[in-house]
Write a protein that binds this ligand. Structure first.
Ligand SMILES: [Zn+2]
Length: 215
């Protein structure tokens, strides 16, 4: 079986998508790119995360050819492949339908730095990509363009997409951006949130690079 370790991680983080409240039902999708193999492991289309086993994970190449697996890949596979083809520092893509992020995406707003954790997106704000139908090539292109050089983007009237060098980090960014999105909406509901200055956010970016346990 190809990419056993990556398959297991997709199963593990798929369950976490539900248990952490980032997605309901079969919404969202996850993938990991193994550059050495030139292959990606991606969650299957429309399967219950708690019924998905490593065997259900689909293995594809960067051209979108099915290499191994019985299941249909996520309908959003183009949106995953486009990042691996165009971003040198992206090895995992996480897509969620989390409520606060999807609310901001419904408003087609961006998320300013209402909390220092917005800086985990690699930018001072999380932008919202232009609308396109789910599963379309246009949505993949809009997401890539919308994210720019950062690691998070809202998909208009849809949800959130995050990327990173591995699935642990991409998932963590998705959790924290959802947290910040909720803070932003709550703050907006009762007043005018104060936005952290660009200068301070540059400092945050430097701090984030040395934060946590160095492996
Ligand atoms: Zn979606």
């Amino acid at each position: 079986m190809l990419m056993e370790q990556e398959r297991e991680l997709i199963v593990k983080y798929g369950k976490k998508l539900i248990s952490s409240g980032l997605t309901k039902g079969t919404g969202g999708n996850l993938s990991i790119y193994n550059k050495k193999e030139g292959l990606i492991a991606i969650s299957p289309s429309g399967m219950d995360y708690f019924e998905t086993t490593p065997l259900d994970i689909t293995i594809m190449d960067l051209k979108g050819n099915l290499v191994e697996g019985e299941r249909k890949p996520s309908v959003e596979y183009e949106m995953h492949l486009i990042f691996y083809k165009n971003r040198k520092n992206v090895f995992s893509v996480v897509h969620t339908h989390s409520i606060a992020s999807s609310t901001i995406a419904a408003l087609r707003w961006s998320l300013p730095a209402v909390n220092y954790l917005v800086g985990l997106s690699g930018e001072n704000l999380v932008p919202c990509a232009d609308y396109a139908s789910f599963g379309s090539k246009e949505l993949a292109e809009n997401a890539l363009k919308g994210m720019g050089n950062g690691y998070a983007v809202f998909l208009a009237n849809h949800g959130l997409l995050t990327t990173s060098t591995d699935i642990h980090k991409a998932f963590y960014i998705a959790e924290e951006i959802e947290h910040c999105a909720e803070i932003f909406l709550r703050a907006k509901a009762v007043g005018n949130p104060v936005i952290i200055s660009d200068e301070e956010m540059v400092k945050m970016n430097i701090l984030f690079k040395s934060y946590g346990q160095n492996k």
